[in-house]
Ligand binder design. Structure first.
Ligand code: ATP
Ligand code: MG
Length: 342
């Protein structure tokens, strides 16, 4: 997928639709920011974008109700703080309109038990929450397919971990179109080259995850500069004491990726900059780059949080615009499947 510019073909490209959601399971991490959010804001300049808070998805791990309510509102404020304003994109909360649940059921009836069982994230989350392996967790990918297909999205900016789910959404769409006639646009993933899989600071072979219970494993987008410095200081590295990108150096490779994302520097340039210097210096530089990258976002978030009335009004507006788009697809899918329409 190429960046949109000004020719007629590119203008058509610019009108293509982009969709992505994030779960309000916890405060987002630097992984979410570098793997998803940064692409969301970049794409909002060139495409028709729809971004949302996936609160229905969050129910699969049974969060405390007051906490879910607060985190959904905060996540919505974060999306606005990224600069995803209502005039250039639709920003909404998934449960504020009925369409996602409606389409979810229709798509469940077009998804095989076997293919849903193959989702690696289901297996991982089922073992992490062995006391609550609910049906919602199992059909999470069909709800995600509904989220995407309901808006006829062309592109879905995601981190590398969601690739398998997007592939399933495409399979479901193709199957539905084959059975009932052309209904859904086939979505393509948009995965950035750099930052698509930021690793945990404590176990750098695992991805950084906002639901990781170890607070030292991830940088939260609301961490103070002091907390960020401390977390990078305690990041797991290796004993070579040489800043270079190489196989087996997962911790350093991860820190170099984060530094490259925040400064725009290439890996060779970073290796030259830190030649002959220890990991202490490098970690301090990475922390400083992250603090600077997050500063404007954090300031805007705090400003928005002080205006709950504005946030409610913006969410209501977003839901109304999203509902209008979603209803068209739900009606079409119901009709094609043979539900009696009155
Ligand atoms: P959870 O642990 O609750 O699943 P998560 O950190 O995986 O949280 P999601 O809400 O599932 O976050 O995903 C939001 C977006 O962030 C998705 O596009 C996902 O691909 C992306 N993402 C998640 N983790 C990373 C990561 N470590 N590196 C890059 N992108 C990521
Ligand atoms: Mg996830």
């Amino acid at each position: 997928m190429e960046e949109a510019k000004n020719s007629p073909a590119q203008a058509r490209e610019a009108r293509k639709r982009v969709l992505s959601l994030i779960q309000p399971t916890s405060v987002p991490t630097l992984g979410n920011y570098l793997g998803a959010f940064r692409n969301w804001s970049a794409m909002a300049r060139d495409y028709d974008c729809i971004y949302g808070v996936a609160d229905l998805h969050a129910l699969t791990i049974r969060p405390e109700p007051p906490q879910l309510r607060r985190q959904s509102m905060e996540m919505f404020a974060m999306l606005l703080a990224l600069g995803l304003r209502q005039d250039n994109s639709v920003v909404f909360v998934q449960s504020h309109l009925p369409g996602h649940c409606q389409l979810h059921w229709l798509l469940n009836c077009c998804t095989q038990f076997g293919e849903a069982s193959r989702m690696t994230q289901f297996k991982e989350k089922a073992s992490a929450h062995a006391d609550n392996v609910n049906l919602g967790l199992f059909s999470y990918p069909t709800l995600m397919a509904a989220d995407i297909l309901i808006y006829q999205a062309h592109y879905v900016p995601i981190g590398d971990d969601q690739k398998q789910h997007l592939e399933l959404a495409r399979n479901i769409a193709e199957r539905f179109n084959g059975l009932y006639g052309q209904t859904f646009t086939l979505p393509e993933p948009f995965i950035g080259k750099l930052g698509s899989r930021i690793k945990s600071l404590q176990e750098p072979t695992k991805k950084m995850s906002k639901s990781d219970p170890n607070p030292r494993a991830s940088v939260s987008l609301l961490d103070s500069p002091e907390q960020i410095v401390k977390k990078f200081k305690s990041a797991v590295t290796d004993s070579e004491a040489c800043v270079r990108y190489a196989p087996g150096k997962d911790g350093i490779n991860n820190l170099m990726t984060i530094y490259a994302c925040c400064t725009g520097k290439a890996f060779e340039e970073i290796e030259r900059e830190f030649a002959g210097r220890g990991y202490g210096d490098f970690k301090a530089a990475v922390a400083e780059a992250v603090v600077e990258e997050l500063r404007p976002f954090q300031e805007e978030f705090r400003r928005l949080l002080a205006e709950p009335g504005y946030l409610k009004q913006a969410a209501a507006e977003g839901a109304e615009r999203a509902a209008r788009l979603a209803a068209r697809t739900v009606d079409k899918a119901m009709k094609k499947m043979g539900l009696w329409q009155i």
